[in-house]
Design a protein around this ligand. Structure first.
Ligand code: F6R
Length: 242
């Protein structure tokens, strides 16, 4: 694991955006594994700014997002389809069809997960997988106790994750109970894994991911087995590292 510690969240997001941009400059048709969540918003904002100023072209890449809520159609404002349209496709003027996500409204979620896993393989595999980190150590929606050999599948979200994500939903709106998520094995197959974690509330999970045993109790610890994993942190998220 290569660990980069930047002074603040902005500098950390800028470093991640630069790594993505460098990947696309070297290979404009790269297949990118993409993530959603609050941590990623400044990353996409910087990438869009770089695209607008002509430093990088996004129009030949293919995206495969990590996950989507089961039950939410793409037009639902809290769906990850909507997040990607709002933070990447629309501001960068990208055809949303370049950004693949599992369909949360598929009639058979398990079949949709299998179709998605096959589509990733058919694309030639992911060159660079962007990841956030749950405060409980999840990557994608692979909650603690997820098999480290898991493929893309349906996962039940645990209480802490639903509570953390409730901030994105309106009052009285239910946070979905299930998601389709790339599995740990899917994530480990990416040629380069790039995780960004910022803030003191992630420090415990960061320490478990980097210095703890490789264990399903902290799914992100599986990245210790990845031959090319880069972990970008701000000082607060790195505070519990030895
Ligand atoms: C999102 C995803 C999640 C988030 C994680 C951190 O596609 O897969 O693993 O990256 O929950 O979320 P934030 O950045 O909101 O703290």
């Amino acid at each position: 694991m290569k660990i980069l510690i930047l002074p603040d969240p902005d500098a950390a997001a800028a470093r991640v955006a630069d790594i993505i941009a460098r990947t696309l400059v070297a290979r404009p048709e790269a297949v990118l594994g993409l993530a959603t969540g609050g941590t990623m918003e400044p990353v996409y904002a910087r990438l869009v700014a770089q695209a607008r100023s002509g430093q990088v072209a996004l129009d030949r890449m293919t995206g495969f997002n990590l996950d989507e809520y089961v039950g939410l159609p793409p037009r639902h404002p809290q769906s990850y389809h909507a997040f990607m349209r709002a933070h990447l496709a629309a501001p960068a003027g990208l055809d949303p069809a370049r950004l693949n996500l599992p369909r949360g409204d598929a009639p058979d979620a398990a079949a949709e997960a299998a179709r998605y896993e096959a589509a990733i393989a058919a694309s030639g595999g992911i060159d660079l997988q962007l990841l956030g980190l749950g405060a409980n150590g999840h990557i994608g929606f692979n909650e603690p106790s997820s098999s480290l050999a898991s493929p893309t599948r349906v996962k039940t979200l645990n209480h802490a994750t639903r509570a953390a994500n409730a901030r994105f939903f309106g009052p009285g709106e239910e946070v979905p109970r299930h998601a389709i998520t790339m599995g740990i094995a899917t994530i480990l197959r990416a040629r380069h894994a790039l995780l960004l974690a910022t803030g003191a509330h992630k420090a415990q999970a960061v320490a478990a991911m980097v210095e703890g045993p490789v264990s399903a109790r902290c799914p992100a610890s599986a990245l210790q087995m990845h031959p090319a994993a880069t972990i970008v942190l701000d000082a607060a998220a790195a505070a519990k590292l030895e």
